[in-house]
Design a protein around this ligand. Structure first.
Ligand code: ADP
Ligand code: MG
Ligand code: MG
Length: 366
């Protein structure tokens, strides 16, 4: 295996002699390895086998990443930063392609390893939440004037109209015969359908604009420097043209949860308003200048929107007979549905406070 990995690593335009290739086990989506080079004067590299079940067009995905990182690098250079530490650097294959496709049809890609950084697995303090918001906010701000095309490599992502189509079909087919037993949970979805569609209409008609979005805003996709400040946003596989509210809302869904996404005890689950406030402060410190009024007005709503979508997707997968998400028990998707619904209810209960916090934060920059 290691011999094969070395051979694969050797397909790329790395500098210096490769000393060792070994697994780096943190990610969820791809298989990640580190390529260590023999000399301290040459960089190390990240080698990834990209998940071709989730990403069906990896060449286009790599094109997207290069376009976005080139734009970021120009911005970073202009303000005197280090473009190889503050943005990912893709290392092409020796044949010039941005990836290497092996004999088994697996796709591999390489980028430079950014060393001397800290990665956090959980953002459970306001300080870290602030930094996380700042990291994604700065990423979006540097890309606010990006005008190149991006291939939509995840069609329908966060598009509730598309989800409702899947939802209606799944309910009509009821393939696992489970719909009757979750009538109450189905009502949670139906009661909010109109409100969610009304928001999505603003996106469809362009009132809420499309921008470059990251789409996987977990804290472990941000590298911090030794002073614990945001250095670089990584894991750009899912960059898409969409509303930036998706990034903010998804971060709020994951950062603010006082329990687990699949907490067996919904009493553990609620939205931490402190974390919400801290992330929002960090995010707006970087984004206040470019956000339009329509975007700013819907920040708090986007947290509910993304959480609602997740309730829908877990419940839909339960009704569908557990075909999409991996499950650890027969009712795992139902447990997830109820836990995320609890989070949604907590957001609904604190919605006036969420809106007030966004408004007060924005007024500081007015
Ligand atoms: P996944 O999509 O599977 O989450 P990531 O691209 O996030 O994969 O990589 C997994 C982990 O590898 C990251 O969380 C980070 O710790 C580390 N990593 C990835 N790219 C780099 C890099 N360029 N420099 C340093 N560490 C990295
Ligand atoms: Mg990642
Ligand atoms: Mg990823």
């Amino acid at each position: 295996m290691n011999q094969t990995l070395r051979a694969i690593a050797g397909r790329f335009q790395t500098e210096g002699e490769i000393a060792v290739v070994r697994p780096l086990g943190e990610g969820f989506i791809n298989d990640t390895f580190i390529i260590e080079t023999a000399s301290a004067h040459t960089p190390n590299y990240i080698l990834q086998r990209k998940n071709r079940h989730i990403f069906t067009n990896i060449p286009a995905m790599m094109e997207n990443i290069v376009r976005v990182t080139n734009h970021l690098k120009n911005k970073i250079i202009a303000r005197g930063g280090d473009p190889r530490r503050e943005a990912l650097t893709v290392t092409p294959a020796r044949d010039g392609k941005l990836y290497y496709k092996d004999d088994e049809g697996e796709y591999w890609a390489v980028c430079e390893f950014i060393d001397g950084t800290i990665a956090y697995q959980k953002a459970d303090t306001p300080r870290l939440a602030y930094q996380g918001g700042k990291g994604i906010g700065r990423f979006q701000a540097m890309l606010a004037d990006f005008r190149e095309p991006l291939t939509d490599i995840l069609p329908g992502f966060h598009n509730i109209r598309f989800r409702f189509k899947q939802w209606d079909e799944t309910l009509a087919a009821d393939p696992a015969g489970r719909a009757a037993q979750v009538a109450e949970e189905i009502r949670w979805i139906e009661d909010r359908r109109a409100e969610m569609l009304a928001f999505w209409r603003l996106v469809e008609e362009g009132t809420i604009p499309a921008r470059v979005t990251h789409n996987d805003t977990k804290i472990n996709n941000i590298l911090f420097d030794k002073q614990e400040n945001v250095l670089c946003v990584i894991d750009l596989d899912t960059v898409l043209s969409a509303t930036c509210l998706n990034d903010y809302g998804d971060a709020m869904r994951s950062y603010t949860n006082t329990g687990l996404e699949d907490d067996p005890n919904p009493d553990n689950v609620s939205m931490s308003l402190d974390i919400f406030k801290a992330y929002t402060e960090g995010y707006l410190s970087e984004t206040h200048a470019f956000l339009t009024p329509a975007e700013a007005e819907h920040l708090a709503f986007s947290a509910k929107y993304i959480t609602y979508e997740q309730v829908l997707r877990f419940l839909m997968d339960y009704i569908d007979g557990d075909r999409y998400y991996k499950i650890k028990s027969p009712d795992h998707n139902l447990v997830r549905t109820r836990a995320q619904y609890k989070l949604l209810q907590s957001m609904e209960a604190q919605y006036a406070d969420m809106q007030r916090i966004v408004k007060e934060e924005l007024e500081r920059y007015a």
